[in-house]
Design a protein around this ligand. Structure first.
Ligand code: T4K
Length: 402
């Protein structure tokens, strides 16, 4: 859908004309069921019920808990509030161990409640929190672990559970990237004490803004339901401290309409992933991360790792060149939470304990995928990457002139 195909000789930094006439983004929303959504919008207007646990929110929650096989799904206005509420409902306090290689919301959801996020290194291969490092970070103040299924690849939940049991810690998973995926035959959403999804516009299933907490714990679910609605239990009866975490009907309508097409989106993401992977595999210095087919991944992120030594171009130079071609590749989640404020001031030496995090985040780039990207677009992007690598000496000269 983006731009018409051009010959490689016409491309970018040599011709002064970008490969794509219009910007092609990472994170373009998947808009897959316009009619289904618009019909539901009319129903919402007819119902005159816009929010506060409306019929579409209830349906959305049922659809998700059914899909995942989890007892409770509590829909929320976004993933960050869902994290905050889950953390509070789990009574985490003091220190909580999390990876630094994550979107800043994971850390902020703790710090916002005066809980200290203690950054733990990741496994260099899986990019998820390294259980071997977790135990070293535990102190008498530690009350929990928040694992992140980065890029939709599940954490080592078995090892984390063992550590948590041994040290009496709560476990929450930030599953913002892993909706609809499974792990060792069990759907994500059934691990730890609870898991949190994000349905932000950039996620492969979106509700404009949105999120959810899922759990198999009845008591926890009741508490979370109270917390997301100011602590109300019926009219005029507040029994708990709460906030406003409610999802609205429009968001739920978008979510349900997209759920109707879930398999189509995943299958398209998979095709895109395979096209990128196969196209790029012959380029030395560039590798596409792998997904385990047995876990039914959602393939929503195209993650490349660039080896600067082999490429003789830095990751950031690569990103700059791609941006010049209107391909808005991203450096998620560089430079890591520990190098962002307020954490870099709190823990100026955290990097010493996070060598894999620093390594991985300095070589990752994220490429566009989803319904807004065509197979032709991907061919152009891959051809361009091959061209950059084969002309890297000349490109280095151009870049050093600037
Ligand atoms: N935990 C993890 C591990 C997460 O990744 C996230 C969110 C959360 C927790 C928190 O969940 P939420 O509270 O957000 O539900 C974006 C998203 O804002 C964020 O939701 C997401 N992770 C993160 C990975 O990506 P940015 O800073 O990259 O957003 P931005 O504005 O640069 O948008 C990304 C790209 O998407 C742009 O190139 C443009 C494109 N885009 C974006 C929007 C909103 C569109 O084309 N259309 C749109 O409507 O964070």
């Amino acid at each position: 859908m983006n731009g018409k195909k051009q010959k490689i000789s016409d491309l970018g930094i040599f011709s002064g004309k970008p490969a794509f006439p219009e910007k092609i983004h990472v994170g373009r929303p998947n808009i897959v069921n316009r009619k289904g959504f618009l019909d539901r919008v009319n129903t919402i207007l007819d119902n005159q019920w816009l929010t506060n646990n409306g019929p579409f929110v209830q349906e959305f929650e049922k659809r998700i808990s059914g899909l995942i096989g989890v007892k409770h799904c509590i829909a929320m206005c976004n993933g960050t509030i869902a994290l905050e509420i889950a953390i509070r409902a789990l009574e985490m306090t003091g220190e909580v161990i999390i990876p630094s290689a994550t979107f800043i919301a994971t850390a902020h959801a703790l710090q916002w409640q005066a809980i200290t996020p203690v950054f733990c290194d990741i496994d260099e291969k899986t990019h998820t929190i390294d259980p071997k490092q977790i135990e070293q970070m535990i102190t008498p103040r530690t009350t929990g672990i928040v694992g992140v299924h980065l890029w939709g690849r599940p954490c080592n939940t078995e090892a984390i559970q063992e550590i948590a049991q041994k040290h009496h810690l709560k476990v929450l998973y930030d599953a913002a990237h892993a909706f609809a995926a499974s792990h060792n035959g069990k759907m994500v959403g059934n691990f730890g004490d609870a898991e949190v999804f994000s349905f932000h516009a950039t996620k492969f299933l979106n509700t404009f803004e949105g999120g959810a907490v899922v759990t198999n714990n009845d008591v926890l679910a009741d508490r979370i339901r109270l917390m997301k609605n100011f602590g109300f239990k019926g009219y005029d009866n507040v029994i708990y401290i709460g906030t406003n975490g409610k999802m609205n009907e429009l968001s739920a309508a978008m979510g349900i309409s997209s759920l109707d097409k879930l398999e189509e989106i995943i299958s398209l993401n998979r095709d895109h992933y395979i096209q990128y992977r196969d196209n790029l595999k012959s380029i030395p210095g560039i590798s596409c991360i792998s997904y385990n087919e047995d876990n039914h991944p959602n393939y929503q992120y195209i993650i490349l790792e660039l080896d600067e030594q082999q490429l003789l171009l830095s990751r950031d130079q690569f990103v700059r060149i791609l941006h010049g071609e209107n391909i808005l590749a991203r450096r998620y989640f560089y430079p890591g939470c520990h190098r962002m404020e307020p954490y870099s001031s709190f823990f100026p030496h955290a990097g010493l304990l996070l060598p894999n995090t620093d390594k991985v985040l300095s070589r990752v780039i994220v490429l566009p995928t989803g319904t807004a990207v065509t197979h032709d677009d991907i061919d152009i992007i891959c051809e361009l990457m091959r061209y950059i690598v084969s002309h890297r000496k000349k490109i280095r000269e151009i870049l050093s002139d600037e």
